[in-house]
Ligand binder design. Structure first.
Ligand code: FAD
Length: 479
């Protein structure tokens, strides 16, 4: 005789909670500290399936609202559980045109993974690592573009080929629009190419994702500095129906302390551009030398500081010290990358800030005076304000300093576009939902709107703007 229990619809078998994530194989710290090869080596098929099997497939997944580009996370993970890797990457790519990049550098711990239900009892599901796995699986097999819709005959100019511009361009192309991506540099990718080092994000991975965006029909025009080559008004005169500005925040900030112009003191921008884009780490094979001394100080505590420090170490520095004015708790860099940096031997000196630099008779930096800081109440950034402690000055012997204290928006477009509303920080003012600026037909997103943020937030902004541009052009056609 059947009981009410056995009569009810059978439930899917419950997965057993596995608290520990499958760890990601990495190069050993003492080995990787001397090469520019990728640190994290990626999951094997077996590891990826084991990690995917930890996912509980929640009926109301909390991870999806944490993803700015709205990837259907449980679905792609389920496909990995079923070993349908090709279908899994196709599911990811419905929403994300740069998955191999995001799988490597997105701060998942503060987004999708932060909300993961499994994370309440143990490690959250390693969504980023799984995204990387399926992307690399596809890259190894060769990437095809999906079938594209009929052309709408609408022309859109996208300024800047960083994550915001690439995403906006890809989404518009998928909707049938003719998109030209106008990039100031000789190469696309923005910070992904010129900022983030090879050992965290190999250039061939970024290039493969740019190639995919081009396969969608996007025309990439490099060496096109908008504001100089053409203004936005001239782009409309040339027949574009809408413009998206994704020109980023690439201007370095300095501290404004005495001696900052001495030789051997770099902005992180200059240092990383030389190392990454001009390949000075391969000197003399590539002809851009870079001077890195024995005792290097890096000022700042973000991803840019960590990347600069780890590059300096790989370029032969004996000691690299990160000097940060707040404490470990406030460090803005990704936790995983701080751990990697410390494993490699990077020293972190907290609660200290440079006050002046002194040089030798030839004008090269030889010492840095710092002052100790204590933390007061939170400031406008909601982090505790660092306050100098009178009389606590100390000297550090340094022969190279890299300043990584932040970057501000690139200003050319704002200066050459009449009527474009900007803030006092030089960022472009937009409607947060649509990315629409004060000018009709002109949209913006990414670091040029928010100030320096993250790859995925720039991509989310590019996606929202693409949707709005499509709606704008559709409405205009009807009118
Ligand atoms: P960008 O990536 O800056 O791209 C803007 C593009 O516009 C550039 O290619 C630029 O050349 C072009 N451009 C500028 N002006 C013009 C013009 N007038 N005409 C034509 N083209 C123009 N984020 C993370 O999420 N995770 C990380 O681990 C991480 N690490 C980082 C490490 C470093 C060293 C740096 C510098 C940043 C890092 N970030 C990280 C931040 C992240 O890279 C940025 O938030 C993101 O790249 C912003 O994207 P974007 O498209 O708005 O701008």
């Amino acid at each position: 005789m059947s009981t009410p229990e056995t009569q009810s619809k059978p439930k899917a078998a419950r997965r057993k909670l596995v608290k520990e994530a499958v760890s990601m194989p990495k190069q050993k710290p003492d080995v990787r500290a001397h090469n520019f090869d990728e640190v994290a080596l990626g999951y094997s098929e077996e590891q990826a399936v084991a990690e995917a099997n930890r996912c509980l497939q929640c009926p109301k997944p909390q991870c999806v609202p944490g993803c700015p580009v709205e990837i259907q996370i449980p679905q792609f993970i389920k496909l990995i559980q079923e070993r349908k890797f090709e279908e899994a990457i196709n599911k990811v790519k419905e929403k994300n045109s740069l998955p191999a990049v995001c799988g490597r550098v997105c701060p998942q711990e503060e987004q999708c993974q932060m909300n993961c239900v499994v994370g309440k009892a143990g490690d959250p599901i390693s969504i980023g690592r799984l995204e990387r796995f399926v992307s690399d699986y596809e890259l190894a097999k060769g990437v095809d573009a999906p079938p594209l819709p009929l052309s709408t005959d609408k022309k859109i100019a996208v300024i800047g080929a960083g994550p915001a511009g690439l995403t906006c361009a890809a989404d518009l192309a998928k909707l049938g629009h003719a998109v030209t991506l106008l990039e100031a540099l000789h190469i696309g990718g923005g910070v992904l190419m010129y900022g983030i080092p090879e050992f965290r994000l190999p250039k061939h991975i970024v290039q493969a994702e740019i190639d995919y965006v081009e396969k969608l029909g996007v025309k990439l025009q490099t060496d096109a500095l908008i504001g100089r080559l053409f203004t936005i008004a001239e782009l409309f005169e040339k027949g574009y129906d809408a413009v998206f500005v994704g020109s980023g925040a690439g201007l370095p900030q300095f501290m404004g302390v005495p001696g900052e112009n001495l030789g051997g003191i770099y902005s992180a921008n200059e240092f990383l551009i030389r190392v990454n884009l001009m390949k000075s780490y391969l000197f003399p094979e590539y002809n851009t030398p870079i001077r890195v001394g024995k005792h290097v100080a890096v000022i700042g505590g973000g991803n840019v500081a960590m990347d600069s420090a780890r590059c300096a170490l790989r370029l032969g520095a004996e000691e690299v010290c990160i000097v940060y004015r707040r404490s470990r708790e406030e460090l803005p860099a990704r936790k995983e990358e701080v751990e990697n940096a410390e494993e490699e031997g990077i020293i972190c000196k907290f609660l200290a800030n440079p006050t002046r630099f002194t040089g030798d008779e030839k004008g090269w930096v030889k010492a840095m005076e710092c002052i100790c800081m204590e933390l007061g109440p939170p400031d406008e950034s909601r982090r505790r304000r660092p306050i100098p402690m009178k009389g606590s000055e100390f000297i550090m012997d340094v022969d190279t300093v890299i300043v990584a204290i932040g970057r501000t928006p690139n200003p050319i477009i704002q200066r050459t576009t009449n009527g474009l509303e900007t803030t006092k920080w030089g960022t472009i003012v937009v409607n947060g939902e649509t990315g629409r600026t004060s000018l009709e037909g002109v949209y913006a997103g990414g670091d040029i709107v928010t100030g320096e943020a993250t790859v995925i937030s720039a991509m989310g902004a590019g996606k929202r703007a693409a949707r709005s541009i499509h709606e704008y052009l559709t409405e205009k056609q009807k009118a």
